[in-house]
Design a protein around this ligand. Structure first.
Ligand code: UT7
Length: 323
């Protein structure tokens, strides 16, 4: 049996850090409100001229280095983003060129904050079907470009960044038989469009548009769906909540993360939290958090890691991985 085994991960954050205090100088908000409601203390914001592809390429470089691999070893790039450099071609092809990868295929997936889970699911399927042998899955976003900076209810919540993970198809007969992606679950419900969307696009308005969200509604769906989808992916993998070594949730709000952990009966120490430093980076938030927890030695080879995310669509999903 073929398994998609993690070879390494990496991340990149833009240099500029914007604190809550800095935002409070520009609009009617406060560090206290933002921290209490969301757990966010700061976010990174891309520089002028710094695009999603640039962040993605840097994260990819870091992942290749960690994996001890070169771009020439890759067959596939799946880039999850809702903030592509251009309407077309896929931002993944820009990353492909930047990395110097001259073969294989590169394309984007669009599932907003669930994008990384969708990307992992797609890459895992292509590896298992023999269409590719090695895949780079990236989540990269420059949400600062689609925020309404006049809307304090949304603009304080998001940040920019990128994270990447490399998967390799390995034969289950080998020594790593028990490692790799164990199960994926993806869902969407298009009826919930109006609670989180961007009010523009090439076909409708011929402009990019800005993010619109009914935060309270999204919050309600998030708490219910996140615990449910984790239960579903665990069931598919033949595991129980007690088997989870690390839950790495999409980083939108500390209260959603805590609520999901509680519903699953997980101790807080088993849940990776980076929303305080990164804010909500949409498709980038899970691989950014993975990179932190691998980098500081928490996630180790053989650990059971469950990732989960929900966002615009609504779209949501989870993957269970033996690291
Ligand atoms: O990544 C995709 C998934 N997205 C999410 O998971 C987001 C889910 N939603 C949330 O995280 C929360 O709903 C928010 C953090 C967005 C908002 O928290 P809330 O507890 O639902 O607050 P609210 O929107 O109901 O606003 C409460 C109050 C309002 O004032 P009034 O009407 O009670 O007087 C807002 O006007 O807080 C006010 N408010 C603010 N005050 C200071 C809204 N934004 C701000 C702000 N600073 N930035």
């Amino acid at each position: 049996m073929i398994r998609s085994v993690v070879q390494g991960c990496g991340a990149y954050l833009p240099e500029r850090v914007v604190t809550n205090a800095e935002l409070a100088q520009r609009m009617e908000t406060s560090d206290e409100w933002i921290q209490q409601r969301t757990g966010i203390r700061q976010r990174h914001i891309a520089a002028d001229g710094e695009f999603t592809s640039h962040l993605a390429t840097k994260a990819a470089d870091a992942a290749l280095k960690r994996a001890g691999m070169a771009a020439a070893d890759l067959d596939l790039i799946v880039l999850a983003t809702a903030t592509p450099d251009e309407t077309f071609p896929a931002t993944a092809t820009r990353v492909q060129a930047e990395l110097g990868m001259t073969r294989g295929a590169a394309f984007d997936v669009q599932a907003v904050c669930a994008g990384f889970v969708y990307g992992v699911s797609v890459a895992d399927s292509l590896l298992k079907n023999g269409i590719a042998g090695t895949a780079l899955v990236i989540g990269a976003e420059t949400f600062s470009r689609i925020l309404d900076w006049e809307d304090r209810g949304t603009c304080v919540l998001f940040g920019d960044g990128a994270g990447a993970m490399i998967l390799k198809a390995e034969d289950g007969q080998g020594t790593s038989a028990d490692r790799g992606i164990l199960a994926n679950v993806i869902h969407s419900d298009g009826r919930q469009h109006d609670i989180l969307y961007v009010d523009g696009g090439p076909s409708s308005t011929q402009s990019t548009g800005l993010l619109r969200m009914e935060g309270k509604e999204v919050f309600k769906h998030a708490v219910v769906n996140m615990a449910q989808v984790v239960g579903e992916v665990l069931g598919k993998a033949g595991l129980a909540a007690g088997d989870i070594d690390w839950l790495v949730p999409h980083q939108a709000n500390k209260r959603i993360i805590d609520g999901t952990g509680r519903k699953l009966g997980l101790p807080a120490e088993r849940v990776v939290v980076t929303v305080d430093r990164h804010a909500n980076t949409s498709a980038a938030s899970i691989p950014l958090a993975l990179d932190v927890a691998v980098g500081d030695g928490r996630i180790k080879r053989g650990d059971v890691v469950v990732v989960e995310g929900i966002g615009g669509g609504l779209a949501w999903g989870a993957s269970a991985i033996r690291w």
